[in-house]
Design a protein around this ligand. Structure first.
Ligand code: SF4
Length: 233
């Protein structure tokens, strides 16, 4: 029997494929908005009653579900508006984040804050979190077992916030959320689906610090998010 997660991933893949075919103008397959809405609604579930982001954070305040708990200074749960229309999801906390217990507060975080300001938003009006909540040693990529262990927290965060748009920051976050091996270069620039929510992958701010020439691409992705949210650049 398929697990709920596999069913959700399969539904997201169906929607992603239909939407991609729609952008290509494929004929012979019904990619109409009505059909897409029907498919998207198949696995829509309400957030668990009585739970809030604060209660979920409380429940995981001493989480030991994976080995990343051993060396962390703090769990970096996430922060921002619990009813945000836009959620940014990065990869994992770095050194500064681990020390302060807050997401995106190092140099890459400063750049993310500038991007949010350019959207005429504030950090307080969006929600910012990561795939895993504890810092991997030496900032290595999280292991599959660590992602699997931490995924219930992120899933619950998204279930409770139910944003209009998720922005996946970097290839790692995008590949994890979309259950794909495709590169960020292939994924960015168009909307996908995660748990039925529109998801735009773009380059991670840390990547932009090393490759400032990619800022133009990120701004193009951000403008699409703004249009989806009904805002103008
Ligand atoms: S990374 Fe996630 S699952 Fe692992 S210990 Fe930290 S909070 Fe728990």
């Amino acid at each position: 029997m398929m697990s709920d997660r596999k069913i959700q991933n399969t539904l997201d893949e169906i929607v992603n494929t239909l939407e991609f075919m729609k952008t290509l103008g494929v004929a012979g397959v019904d990619c109409s908005s009505d059909i897409l809405e029907v498919v998207k609604s198949w696995d829509r579930k309400p957030a668990t009653e009585g739970q809030t982001l604060a209660s979920v954070q409380q429940a995981y305040q001493d989480c030991r579900r994976c080995a990343l708990s051993k060396n962390r200074s703090a769990i970096v749960f996430g922060e921002g508006d619990p009813h945000a229309d836009l959620v940014f999801v990065g990869e994992a906390p770095g050194e500064q984040e681990d020390l302060q217990g807050r997401p995106f507060v190092g140099p890459a975080g400063e750049l993310l804050t500038k991007i949010i300001s350019a959207m005429k938003l504030t950090r307080e009006s969006v929600y910012i979190c990561n795939i895993v909540k504890c810092r991997p040693p030496s900032n290595r990529n999280p292991l599959p077992i660590e992602i699997e262990s931490c995924s219930p927290i992120l899933k619950r965060q998204i279930d409770l916030i139910r944003p209009k748009v998720i922005c996946a920051l970097g290839g790692f976050a995008a590949r994890t959320l979309l259950s794909t091996d495709n590169s960020i270069t292939m994924l960015r620039g168009r909307f996908h689906r995660y748990q039925g929510i529109r998801l735009m992958p773009t380059y991670h701010p840390a990547h932009l610090l090393r490759h400032p020439e990619k800022k133009r691409d990120v701004w193009e992705d951000i403008k699409k998010i703004m249009a989806e949210l009904g805002a103008t650049p």
